[in-house]
Design a protein around this ligand. Structure first.
Ligand code: KIV
Ligand code: ZN
Length: 518
């Protein structure tokens, strides 16, 4: 695909699957990454950074899988400025219809001195060599000057010029530690574009972290000063305080066309479904007052506001909820709806099921939920699709059945049957309550269960028959694992959620992890 710079086109580079996954506890399985990548493709994201292939076997396989299935977005793999990283990225991207290698090295005095222990001239030479090496695999090479936001301008200009000469088509300027302030970061981009003699041969990109809550502000200031690629993530997921939120950048530029002289190619109606998908996969809830995708983003509480909106929506709303994918809370399907109706509604909200097996699993789950909950909304469908896909994922533990007895004055008891690597195992236990008893029964089967740090329940829609969405967080050896599960029965939702986190913990144990820190 053509991602060449044009003045009025802003390229959206999504790094949910790479920097987003670097959020503590946000690890995703290969199937989950493919699911998110397909949603991003539907949303017309230009570049999907699918992972860091050298970091682990799991990362390599995920990048390969995403590269194989995605046809309409460029798929990108991250690589340090090292031959072995670039070779691994090139290998992982072999099957991509459009592949990009993103190579980086730090250019700030503190990173060069303390982390790399390298002289600036050696960093420069390594950057050039890395870009040239990456060009052996693809013409689409991006170079990042890590910690550019704290680098010296003269040196940064030299590195950028040399990287472009060596063949980089995109130059990314990261504010790696979220230290910059919008007017200053915008000025940095302006200076680079003015001072680097071959700047017109590359697209300037920014990648901002949110340590001071300024990731989106810094990104937008850079766009105003000539950057034409923004690196961002769904829900602002990412290392530490996160990255710039895709939905905020895209909607700011779209809503304020009077200020920005460019626009993205994003189909914004997929924004809310993508946000829900990422939240349900990672178990990271979206805060209610989060811009664009928070539950309250379009809710009007005060009488004056309600009155105004009823008279004219524009009095208090600057965007239309439907334009970012909020449904009108209409009942979309019911228990008599058929497979085709389910398939087509799911595809309308950006969920593409992978073949007949996935459709069958989703349909059987849909029937099960629709029997217990008569009104099915889009939010329910997203949860149904997520739950049915998890059941098909190549994970270790799957719930076969659960039985709970809870009676006034009696100690709750539970019996759980799990499928563990193809074998059915049963656990029985008592607990302080039904959920506690189910978790204890699961722990009888799964010995490696870490420590439960968080358990929370939310209802997906309203009403007592609403699906409960449960999030749990486990901790083991300083690492966190989030799990998510939904069902109209919150005890079952809890079991799904616990098993989801246990599957992530198990996946982590079986993964090698070398130096995965950027
Ligand atoms: O924050 C950062 O600097 C990065 C680079 C690898 C682009 O994530
Ligand atoms: Zn980053």
């Amino acid at each position: 695909m053509n991602t060449n710079n044009t003045n009025d086109r802003l390229i959206i580079f999504d790094t949910t699957l790479r920097d987003g996954e670097q959020s503590p506890g946000a690890s995703m399985t290969l199937d989950e990454k493919v699911r998110i990548a397909k949603m991003l493709e539907q949303m017309r994201v230009d570049v999907i950074e699918a992972g860091f292939p050298i970091a682990s076997k799991g990362d390599f396989e995920s990048v390969s899988a995403v590269a194989t299935v995605i046809k309409n977005s460029t798929v990108c793999g991250l690589a340090r400025a090292l031959d072995k990283d670039i070779e691994r990225a090139g290998e992982a991207l072999k099957s991509a219809a459009s592949a990009r290698i993103h190579t980086f090295i730090a250019t700030s005095p503190i990173h060069m001195k303390e982390k790399l222990r390298m002289q600036p001239d050696d960093v420069l030479a390594q950057a050039i060599a890395a870009v040239k090496k990456a060009r052996q695999y693809t013409d689409d090479v991006e170079f990042s000057a890590e910690d550019a936001g704290r680098s010296e301008l003269d040196f940064l200009c030299r590195v950028v010029e040399a990287a472009i000469d060596a063949g980089a088509r995109t130059i990314n300027i990261p504010d790696t530690v979220g230290y910059n302030i919008p007017h200053q970061f915008g000025e940095l981009i302006k200076q680079l574009i003015e001072r680097v003699p071959n700047a017109d041969k590359a697209i300037f990109s920014i990648h901002c972290h949110n340590d001071l809550g300024l990731a989106v502000g810094n990104s937008l200031a850079s766009v105003l000063n000539g950057a034409r690629q923004v690196e961002c993530t769904i829900n602002g997921l990412g290392e530490r305080a996160g990255n710039a939120a895709l939905e905020e950048v895209v909607m700011a530029v779209r809503t304020r066309r009077d200020v920005f002289s460019c626009d993205t190619n994003i189909d914004t109606t997929f924004i809310v479904p993508a946000s829900r998908l990422v939240s349900s996969v990672t178990g990271f809830p979206v805060q209610p007052n989060k811009a664009i995708v928070g539950k309250n983003a379009f809710a009007h509480e005060s009488g004056i506001h309600q009155d105004g909106v009823l008279k004219s929506r524009e009095t208090y709303e600057i965007m239309r909820a439907q334009d970012v994918g909020w449904s009108d809370n209409k009942i979309v399907l019911g228990k008599h709806s058929g497979r085709n109706a389910l398939k087509s509604r799911l595809s309308e909200i950006g969920i593409i099921l992978n073949g007949e097996e996935a459709l069958n699993a989703a349909f059987s789950r849909f029937k099960d939920v629709a029997d217990r909950k008569h009104e099915i909304f889009d939010e329910d469908l997203i949860a149904i699709a997520s739950e049915s896909q998890s059941a098909l994922d190549h994970t270790r533990y799957h719930l076969v059945s659960s039985w709970v007895c809870s009676e006034t004055g009696e100690i709750p008891r539970a019996k759980v049957v799990l499928n563990v690597d193809g074998e059915e195992l049963t656990g029985e236990a008592e607990g302080g309550g039904s959920v506690d008893a189910v978790f204890s029964a699961i722990k009888k089967i799964v010995k490696d269960h870490g420590t439960l740090e968080l358990y929370s329940v939310n209802s997906i829609t309203s009403g007592t028959d609403a699906q409960g969405e449960v999030t749990v967080r486990l901790e083991k050896a300083g690492r966190q694992f989030y799990g998510n599960g939904s069902d109209p029965d919150i005890v079952i939702a809890s079991a799904y959620s616990y098993l989801d986190a246990l599957n992530k913990l198990a996946m982590n144990e079986s993964r090698e992890h070398p130096q995965h820190s950027v």
